[in-house]
Write a protein that binds this ligand. Structure first.
Ligand code: 13P
Ligand code: SF4
Length: 319
């Protein structure tokens, strides 16, 4: 049985930051991290970005070992794009509710019912779904990519219904939507948000397009994690209510130190605006993954090649 994450304890008395730096050099490794990772992980990473930026970074790296601090589909994307590198993920169980909402067999049946549809899928899906797609999108290039789909082809969009509906609005293209959703972005309480806006009338609401349309309609700006970060840095405004996973606040605080950032409130009094999958990765697991070069992400070559075609098309169409 192969383990999904390292189980050994981190040896006592070591400075994890120092050790990670030393191992990175010794092994010619690179650490790629998504904005939803813990602040410590973002701080040891060589590159922090949104899904599109991370895919590009993974494709062009010359490192022998890629430690991917993100969720499974992201590390899988790195392997698809750069198969000669060894890819490890601190915790292989770091999944994604969107990806899980779209099982390959059910998706195949839907496609077969709509053979004329051009299949556009959000990068938050498994390699088995990518392999059934015509083109992949991320939240930062979805509208641009959909604009390039031949006008005479109806579109099937999966798995995120909210991103799909938002892109349909932006592009005026009708789309058949797979009914998947993100457990983090569908959890914000619009009642509490309305109250927050009364308390902070100056604050601008910025949101990720995985949020429901009712929330996006009220937002002053909608974009991918990177776009939200750039917006906060460049905007003349000083206060923002941020409707996405709270990990992004770390970079916002670092890169826009004078601004007031208020996380959008979840429904319950919980930490539901933290992605439980992203947060399975810890600095300790990252250190062990780098040290032991495990758990490794592998893919059958036939599946990798099928998934590569639509992923490469996305990179070509959004260059
Ligand atoms: P982006 O960073 O591409 O905006 O994606 C957000 C997300 O949900 C990743 O899982
Ligand atoms: Fe998936 Fe949502 Fe977590 Fe992103 S935030 S990895 S879409 S569950």
């Amino acid at each position: 049985m192969s383990l999904t994450h390292a189980t050994q304890a981190v040896p006592g008395g070591i400075d994890l930051f120092e050790e990670i730096g030393r191992l990175k050099k010794a092994k010619n490794a690179v650490i790629l991290a998504h904005y939803y990772q813990d602040p410590d992980i973002q701080d040891v990473a060589d590159f922090v970005g949104d899904s599109l930026e991370l895919a590009r970074a993974a494709q062009k790296t010359q490192a022998d070992l890629i430690v991917f601090a993100g969720v499974h589909f992201m590390a899988e994307g790195a392997k698809i794009l750069n198969p000669t590198r060894k890819v490890v993920l601190p915790d292989l169980d770091a999944g994604c509710s969107l990806s899980e909402s779209c099982p390959p067999e059910a998706f195949r049946r839907l496609r077969e019912k709509h053979p004329d549809h051009f299949v556009v899928t959000y990068i938050n899906c498994s390699a088995a779904i990518k392999a059934q797609s015509d083109v992949i999108v991320t939240s930062s290039n979805a509208a641009k990519i959909v604009e390039r789909v031949p006008r005479d082809r109806p579109i099937l969009f999966a798995p995120d219904r909210n991103l799909g509906a938002w892109v349909a609005k932006q592009t005026g293209r009708e789309m058949l939507l797979w009914q998947g959703g993100c457990i983090v972005h569908e959890t914000f309480s619009e009642r509490k948000l309305a109250q927050l806006r009364v308390e902070h009338p100056e604050a601008k609401l910025i949101a990720h397009p995985e949020c429901p349309d009712s929330l996006l309609q009220k937002a002053d700006f909608v974009g991918s994690t990177s776009a939200l970060l750039k917006h906060v840095i460049g905007s003349p405004h000083g206060q923002f209510i941020v409707a996405t996973e709270e990990g992004i606040l770390h970079q916002m605080r670092k890169q826009a130190p004078g601004k007031t950032l208020i996380p959008a409130p979840p429904l319950a009094n919980c930490a539901c605006n933290e992605c439980p999958f992203m947060k399975l990765n810890t600095l300790e697991k990252l250190y062990l993954a780098l040290r032991d070069e495990a758990p490794e992400l592998t893919l059958p070559e036939e599946l990798r090649l099928k998934a590569l075609a639509p992923l490469q098309r996305m990179l070509d169409w959004s260059a």
